[in-house]
Design a protein around this ligand. Structure first.
Ligand SMILES: Cc1cc2nc3c(=O)[nH]c(=O)nc-3n(C[C@H](O)[C@H](O)[C@H](O)COP(=O)(O)O)c2cc1C
Length: 371
């Protein structure tokens, strides 16, 4: 690899050497992105009690549409898949209509937007749910930890019910249904499977939460089966694998997730999903170097996030360590993040007291440069 100043040169697909940085266009699953800055999926808890996104969420996303790619907050594929207060769903007509307003607002400004599909599995409390049934999980093991409920304050996660083998195809179909609603119904450019952070797909992957003895538990091959089947169903429902991405966070202990060999598990997953030609793999950095191990094993487009600043993002992109840089908290607080990064302007500081509160404060009111 040659170097020109501080920026290295990468071989482009036509064999020429060219410089690439955060602001270079790229393609993801056939979709052209204006730059390599993505907004991370971030739960903001502004939906109503029926899991319908707020009308003002259209402004929140549209204000950030200079991103090469926006990825939405985690969104439930079914009432069973919901667990937190005021998070949105994509399983009924009212939700689809509200999301359509959001995608229209983003597209009107030339933005690109994927919906993150998040089934919480065992990370749930009854006070946050519209159905009385216990949450489902690979095994009936309660996740240590507490979550916020609007009516009872902090509460421990509920004890989940273990899925019967015969029920799993129905859960997989929920992800397909959500994908159809997102793309054909709500007009998203694509969908991202949330297989990170200790939610249902991640619960299947990990030895601590998956103690099944059927074809979905035990060996690594069995523990990755659920995620592979969900991705197959989602790509079919999307009509193209290029409209489906996946997020993983190997080694992240969040939500009481324990795996004996997180990198090994995810390498096996890469081998299984590599041939699918998905839009992208999105890796959240957790400090164990998984993003490097997975880059070596996975041929497709790689998005990486987790505490990145501009220098790290540019270095990762120009060296070929990853293709697109994902920003979470910085994007939440800076609607014009791309412009600020370009001009090295100071960044607004995220106010974590309003991350999950209802209403527009701390949501649509962060100032832009010059405002
Ligand atoms: C308020 C907030 C909500 C989040 N919600 C989600 C979520 O719904 N889905 C998800 O995959 N990650 C979620 N994350 C994690 C981010 O996507 C990202 O991986 C993380 O913030 C690290 O990136 P950063 O250091 O640039 O913020 C959330 C992060 C924040 C700050």
């Amino acid at each position: 690899m040659q170097k020109a100043g501080s920026q290295s040169l990468r071989e482009s697909s036509n064999g020429n050497m060219s410089s690439v940085d955060l602001f270079s266009p790229t393609t993801v699953g056939g979709l052209t992105l204006a730059n390599r800055v993505a907004m991370a999926p971030m739960t903001r808890s502004r939906a109503n009690a029926d899991a319908v996104p707020a009308p003002f969420s259209a402004a929140y996303y549209a204000d950030r549409s200079d991103a090469g790619l926006l990825i939405t907050e985690g969104t439930g594929p079914s009432a069973m898949g919901m667990g937190y207060a005021r998070t949105p769903g994509i399983y009924n007509d009212a939700q689809v209509a509200a999301w359509r307003n959001i995608t229209d607002a983003v597209h009107a400004k030339g933005g690109r937007i994927f919906l993150q599909i998040m089934h919480v599995g065992r990370i749930a409390h009854a006070a946050n749910r519209t159905i009385a049934a216990a949450p489902i999980a690979p095994s009936a093991i309660r996740a240590q930890g507490q979550m916020w409920t609007d009516t009872q304050g902090m509460q421990p996660n509920d004890v989940p019910r273990s899925l019967e083998t015969s029920e799993i195809a129905g859960v997989v179909e929920e992800f397909a249904h959500a994908t159809r609603n997102a793309i054909a119904g709500a007009g998203f450019d694509g969908v991202e499977l949330h297989a990170a952070s200790g939610y249902l797909p991640n619960q299947f992957l990990a030895t601590g939460s998956n103690q099944r003895t059927d074809a979905y538990g035990g060996s690594t091959e069995n523990r990755i089966r659920f995620v592979v089947e969900v991705l197959e169903a989602m790509t079919k429902a999307a009509g193209s694998a290029g409209r489906v991405g996946i997020k993983v966070s190997p080694g992240m202990p969040f939500n009481d997730l324990q795996d004996e060999d997180p990198i090994g598990t995810h390498l096996a997953l890469m081998d299984a999903i590599g041939p699918m030609s998905l839009a992208y793999l999105h890796v959240m950095r957790t400090g164990i170097g998984a993003e490097t191990a997975l880059r070596d094993r996975y041929q497709g487009t790689l998005l990486v996030g987790g505490g990145l600043d501009k220098e790290q993002a540019n270095a990762g992109i120009s060296s070929g360590a990853f293709d697109v840089a994902v920003f979470g908290a910085k994007y939440l607080a800076n609607p014009d993040l791309v412009a600020r990064l370009k001009s090295d302007a100071a960044l607004n500081v995220p106010d974590n007291s309003t991350f999950y509160t209802p209403g527009e404060k701390g949501y649509t009111d962060y100032p832009t440069l010059g405002s």
